[in-house]
Design a protein around this ligand. Sequence first.
Ligand code: UN1
Length: 507
Amino acid sequence: MREIEQRTLSELGLEGSLSGVYDGQWRAGRAGTVDVVNPATGEVLASVGLGDRADYDACVERACDAFRQWRITPPPARGELIRRLGNELRKHKKSLGMLVTLEAGKIVSEGQGEVQEMIDMCDFGVGLSRQLYGLTIASERPHHRLFEQWHPLGPVGIITSFNFPVAVWAWNSAVATVCGDPTLWKPSPRTPLTAIAVMRICEPILREFELPGLMTLCLAEGIEPGGWMADDVRLPLISATGSCRMGKALAPRVASRLGRSLLELGGNNAAIVTESADMELVVRAVVFAAVGTAGQRCTTLRRLFVHRSTRDALVERLVHVYRQLPIGDPWDEKTLVGPLIGEEAVGAMERALEQARAEGGEVVCGGERLDRKGYFVTPAIVVSDSDLPVSHVETFAPILYVRSYDDFDEAIRWNNDVPQGLSSAVFTERLKEAERFLSPAGSDCGIANVNIGTSGAEIGGAFGGEKETGGGREAGSDAWKAYMRRQTCTINYGSDLPLAQGIRFDI
Ligand code: UN1
């Protein structure tokens, strides 16, 4: 291991034997260990202890204990905890961001950006803690007040994925905490070190608030632990980020106990480039959205529909940029494309490109594996004149499928013609096209951008998508409502008992 990598681990206390289970105290983790691999070298960074069913139950129990106290803590006082967390994250931004680089292979700037996203979420949470407002509604009865209020829901199960190993936890936790809900985090087994580091940052704050079980962590491997959470009535809400396959397995189980799930699943995002688009801007936006995070964001741009008159020129420019992309060591400040997360991701990309060729697509650049340790590939562009079935499937790798269109409405139809519905974009200088894209007959996605790529959303908006993306909304706007229960209240301050709907029931 290089010195910088070693230092990153030791700055966050990640040396020696590590456990992925924290229920207020670090438990041994009794289900064996998982090796954490550096995707840039293939080297094992650490072995981390996994939780078994008893470890999991201990976490849930501690979370339930914490809930009894936390739900009656005034929301602004809850916000104070999140303010402290935000301050600590500011102090640890550099080292935690570097750990994201080490463990997830994100380039330095994106690793730092991910921690910034956590800090932004904390700021948002602090403000939210003085809001959480309900409505007062006009009552039809004299001397009555009708209003709604929002109460804490209970412990929330959070399942996160490797590609945003800490930000997505913060989307959920910063909001859940101010809403009065303890959290139980099941991180991806590929990125447990960042999760442990986050819990270490939280630990002294939780202790100070005398609520060690308010934020718990249970690292676990395989399908079953997700099932424990799905079936667990003690967790009224399961917020899960991951594949559509995972969501389809999880959601019916949560629903069968009438629990709530908040899903953020796959994306297969498209952008439409019209005749009038500003091509300088298009090139920059498309490259960031298609190759940023090595194509491993759920918001990654995967499909590009370009007006026939400009397609060849745009493809030529994109290929030119792609050929010069600095690919390699994510620690190098000049690198723009780091590694894929693992061997299977490289295999999946190779298979998708093979299928694209078989379906008549032309791979005009990229798709090669770099001859070095780690899981590096060159981002690929596939051009076709027809609809490639492979482009309807989300491959978590940097492949951009380009197709030309003649009619704008046809391009909107293609945008919507995939099972997923996360993010979308149009590049145009024409107001009418922009507005049509954003109209009810336009993009069917949860995110629709104009002259911006599909990725890189701010936390202030609600994040999520439709169809097989799962329908959940996380982070900003009123996403907090999913973490609370709504109570509708009516107060009679008169001496009569008038009934609604004019019903008479005189006794
Ligand atoms: C994800 O890939 O799961 O909008 C989340 C974005 C980021 C979040 C991506 N802020 O690209």
